[in-house]
Write a protein that binds this ligand. Structure first.
Ligand code: SF4
Length: 422
């Protein structure tokens, strides 16, 4: 497994004299054969500016930092693949921050690129190659013409055509999981927020947060247009907005109007679930699916990353448990990071959280962040670090009833709320 590096122009090469290495947190680690899979379709290779790759000298067996203007290379994985190691590198300029992406170790082996990853879900529906841009253009124009006054469709048309957001695109293509953003504000200040970053953070938010409050009618139009198939999902809580439950009042009214006209599909919310009372109202209005974003079940870590305003992890747990008890198909969007999520204390705490809340699905989400910055704000490791592959196995063993996946799924028939309520 040869080290992969890039020159100052971004051209990528393998180095036959060096073995590629990975990172777990800030620790350089050797890559195990069983951690490697071929580079999946839809993955991207990127060079990491202001870095130097570290490799194992094939002759001396010594770890060495490669110099002379070369940079480390990382892979950005598509949905469905869980990252096991970061690329093996050091920063040549510690002041520089890498953009908000999920960098994965990559090596050259047997004539092709391999990455340290494990497939946790079927990537088919989230493969950008399965989104026909010409058909999308036509469908966007069609819905903008059909709903000329709907500001949300206008907002989503930029998400679909500008950002190439697949959830927004699905909203226009009338398939799978669609998006209905609703909030311009948030009750948290996540370190790696993708829709809003403080000016002095050193990060650029890849998306612009919506800046208006939609009407109930605008929500209802999008929801009814999308919920035409029995298995379609419409989701509040997108990357281009704040925390949806801050708009609980219009969400509840829109859900009631929609459910009075159709029982098709599933209504989902992606949320930080900190506003427990608002979450209860949304659950009581007929919510089908709930995905709670989290990074840890340990207060100190959670607070360091989410910077919650007016809520804490206990609120999150109460919201999730209430929803599960009411028959909602609940999951977490687990922001994971090699050398952190696989710490003994993190695993123990998260297993407890999952068991207490009764959630049904864990969506493993590779954290998109500059590794050095993230590691500098969170607690230092306490216990053993097991490795991400072993962490996944522990979750499967300890939580046999829980699905380990990567994105929101339609629940199995026996776990559908409709069955219970109607
Ligand atoms: S909860 Fe979402 S919108 Fe709010 S700060 Fe975090 S990432 Fe951003």
């Amino acid at each position: 497994m040869n080290l992969v590096y890039a020159d100052e122009h971004g051209n990528v090469f393998d180095h036959p004299d060096y073995v590629g290495l990975g990172r777990s947190g800030d620790m350089i680690v050797e890559i195990m054969e069983e951690e490697l899979i071929p580079l999946p379709n839809g993955a991207t290779l990127v060079s990491l500016p202001f870095t130097r790759p570290i490799g194992l000298n094939g002759k001396t067996g010594e770890m060495e930092v490669l110099k002379n203007g070369v940079q480390a290379v990382g892979a950005l994985l598509p949905q469905g693949f869980t990252r096991l190691c970061l690329p093996g590198y050091v920063k040549s300029d510690k002041e520089q921050k890498l953009p908000l992406f999920g960098y994965t170790a990559v090596v050259w082996k047997d004539g092709e690129f391999f990455v340290t990853a494990e497939q946790c879900d079927d990537p088919e529906r989230w493969d950008p190659l399965n989104c026909d841009q010409q058909e999308l253009q036509v469908r966007v124009e069609g819905l903008l013409e059909k709903y000329p006054d709907n500001r949300l469709y206008k907002h989503l048309s930029n998400c679909a055509l500008g950002y190439e957001c697949l959830t927004a695109s699905n909203t226009f293509l009338g398939r799978w999981e669609g998006a209905v953003p609703v909030s311009y504000s948030c009750n948290a200040g996540c370190f790696g927020c993708i829709s809003e970053q403080p000016e002095d953070s050193g990060f650029v938010a890849p998306q612009t947060r919506m800046n208006f409050k939609p009407t109930v009618d605008e929500l209802v139009e999008i929801m009814l247009e999308h919920l035409q198939e029995p298995e379609s999902i419409i989701s509040f809580g997108q990357g281009c907005e704040g925390e949806p439950s801050t708009q609980a009042k219009i969400i509840v009214e829109a859900m009631k109007q929609v459910r009075s006209r159709t029982s098709n599909g599933f209504i989902n919310i992606n949320t930080n679930a900190g506003l427990t009372d608002f979450m209860r109202a949304i659950v009581d209005a007929g919510l089908d699916l709930m995905r709670v974003s989290t990074i840890s079940a340990l207060d100190e870590h959670y607070n360091a990353y989410y910077k919650p305003r007016g809520y804490n992890l206990l609120n999150v747990e109460k919201s999730l448990k209430y929803a599960t008890d009411q028959g909602v198909y609940t999951s977490i969007n687990y922001l994971i990071f090699p050398g952190v999520t696989d710490r003994e204390e993190e695993i123990e705490a998260m297993l407890g959280f999952c068991k207490r809340t009764g959630l049904k699905l864990i969506q493993m989400r590779n954290l998109n962040i500059d590794p050095e910055s993230y590691l500098s704000i969170i607690p230092k490791p306490q216990g053993e670090i097991y490795g991400m592959k072993q962490m996944l196995d522990i979750f499967r063993q300890e939580l046999p009833e829980v699905v380990i996946g990567s994105y929101t799924h339609v629940p199995p028939p026996e776990l559908r709320r409709k069955q219970l309520l109607r």
